[in-house]
Design a protein around this ligand. Structure first.
Ligand SMILES: Nc1ncnc2c1ncn2[C@@H]1O[C@H](COP(=O)(O)OP(=O)(O)OP(=O)(O)O)[C@@H](O)[C@H]1O
Ligand SMILES: Nc1ncnc2c1ncn2[C@@H]1O[C@H](COP(=O)(O)OP(=O)(O)OP(=O)(O)O)[C@@H](O)[C@H]1O
Ligand SMILES: [Mg+2]
Ligand SMILES: [Mg+2]
Lengths: 165, 165, 165, 165
């Protein structure tokens, strides 16, 4: 399975409809400080079910939604759509392509869809359960993880081993 | 569950020694379970010894050595149970050029089976990519994506040179 | 003591606004005391808003924006009561080239009154130095100092290129 | 006041007698990961009175002393000598030059000297008290300080303001 497309609308610093197409192999994201690179990573995590605001670098859930700038008004909804190529059936569903969509409204309401069919958050996280993409596992590696994985407190390290088992 | 955990630990340990020795050009590393405690509860102890140095505590390793040790461990877990994609957010920041080179060589090898997304400010990491995406904020606070052809250096300079945070 | 603390806070705040605006090419920043609490016990709140962006929590800033905000605050304290020397250990690691440039320009100005020692892997930071010292481990585990003339690039390459951790 | 010379013998990865001469202005220290750059910073801190092992990246005091390598035996003592140019009398002593020496033996015994006269640790820390060089103040800035200075827990931030007052 691999990521084939990421679409953002109203997510953090991406007010306008934005699309990235990914290939197999190595994609590299560059740009100045604060331009939105880690926000793309947050989008992928959130799209596949991460809900902990500590991980998404916010304190309130609505901080996910574009808050506006000096020249732009805030938006009322954040939407992420991620498309996976599933030809190898790493996710044991019939589909060759899996599209996951997650929306959050300022009211606090959420919507979840798998291949355009409404579902619950649980359905999304369970789908990725055995693929190594569980929140907090080792598919996203950031600078702050170095101290976490080498710290004296062993719970986080243990969690990673359990994910690999 | 205990059996599965011990098997996973052994598999990760085997990988860890190999990956560490490749990234550090020698030296040795190990993962041990705390003695006399139930494996499902025990502390997981990480030992790392760069080439020619004596075993010291993980704390005494340098910033870059710690980062590379953590990366070795995370890759070792990944090799036991590969995730479909792996996102690396500025993990090269504390590394010197020689270590970045070894790290990229390893990623290229893994990229036959896993899709990698790297986020970076480092030119070497950019050069290792198959495709480059630039994120810009031409309008302050509004992120946009620019696809950058690796051969069009001028374009890359624009994306990178774009002023401050 | 309360009076001295408030005066110090005001002086630091004044500096913080100026330093932040220089390093971020605009925007605004502030330091506030938690309301309704004795100033000698109150929480010190830091606010930062890069140019064109709305005020968001410090948590939502990017890695580089946070680093530059922390550097601005540390320099603001230093300007109130300069220390004779200031050692900067790889503070440039999360910064893009443009931000490193502004940071170095500021250090050069302060270096008339304060001695700076920078530790770095970054070429721009090396070029800003008056004198360069290379630390090498020709024998594993044994550090030695080599004084590197900034004009002798070959020598610098040797020191930097020397293999792994 | 400024740093004019640093001498190390048996300190961490510096078994051999080593000397660095500093000028006013900007000195830059470079070298591969793990070669000893941050150890030089630890030497300066330790020399002016820092004793917290958490800051010096060790767990036991004797980890300050060269522990030996594959080819070198451990040593029995670590010694740091720092010479300051005090022509501006930032330290209100009669001396134009202040030399501070600190030794630690494997037995746990310590020796302290100011201008070759034996003294207590307290005499060294008190001498630097009003110069902004107190342990934990803002004269040493490292990557890990960014999170400390911006964190929600305000005590560390408050300590810095009190140092500046
Ligand atoms: N809800 C939101 N609405 C608008 N902007 C937001 C929102 N949340 C975060 N941002 C903006 O996103 C920016 C941070 O983006 P991000 O963390 O992706 O930067 P980055 O490209 O990773 O930078 P660095 O290289 O410094 O790590 C912040 O400046 C913040 O203003
Ligand atoms: N007591 C000791 N005896 C011998 N070697 C030691 C001792 N304490 C630390 N070291 C060695 O010092 C090395 C770390 O040095 P240091 O932290 O200065 O590296 P650095 O140059 O800052 O690297 P980086 O660029 O990765 O931050 C470790 O590899 C460790 O082996
Ligand atoms: Mg980032
Ligand atoms: Mg270091």
């Amino acid at each position: 399975m691999h990521l084939s497309k990421l679409q953002l609308l109203g997510f953090k610093s991406f007010p306008e409809k934005t699309e990235l197409v990914f290939n197999k192999g190595i994609s590299c994201i560059v740009g100045p400080n604060g331009c939105g690179k880690t926000n793309l990573l947050d989008a992928i995590r959130w799209g596949i079910g991460e809900s902990r605001m500590s991980v998404l670098r916010g304190s309130r859930l609505e901080e996910i939604i574009f808050a506006g700038t000096r020249d732009y008004k805030p938006l009322g909804m954040a939407e992420i759509s991620i498309t996976f190529d599933n030809h190898d059936h790493a996710v044991p569903s019939g589909y060759d392509e899996i599209n996951v969509t997650r929306r959050l409204f300022r009211s606090g309401e959420s919507e979840f869809l798998i291949n355009r069919t409404p579902c619950r958050l649980k359905d999304i996280t369970e789908m990725f359960l055995d693929t190594g993409l569980a929140p907090g596992a080792y598919s996203v590696i950031e600078q702050s993880m170095v101290d976490v994985i080498l710290s004296d407190k062993t719970e986080d390290r243990r969690f990673l081993f359990e994910e690999a088992a | 569950a205990k059996k599965l955990f011990i098997e996973t630990l052994d598999a990760v340990r085997t990988n860890f020694k190999l990956v560490f020795q490749e990234l550090f050009e020698g030296g040795d590393a190990d993962i041990l379970l705390e003695e006399e405690v139930d494996p499902l509860e025990a502390n997981i102890i990480v030992k790392a010894r760069p080439r020619g140095k004596k075993i010291l505590s993980i704390q005494q390793l340098s910033g870059g050595e710690r980062a590379l040790t953590a990366i070795s461990l995370l890759f070792s877990l990944y090799l036991v149970k590969p995730s479909p994609f792996c996102i690396l957010d500025e993990v090269d920041a504390p590394l010197d050029d020689a270590n970045i080179g070894r790290f990229l060589k390893m990623i290229k090898r893994f990229s036959d089976n896993t899709q990698f997304i790297t986020i970076t400010h480092n030119k070497l990491t950019m050069e290792a990519a198959d495709i480059l995406y630039g994120v810009t904020m031409k309008q302050p606070g509004v992120s946009q994506i620019v696809s950058v052809n690796l051969n069009r250096r001028g374009e890359l300079e624009d994306v990178l040179g774009e002023g401050s945070a």
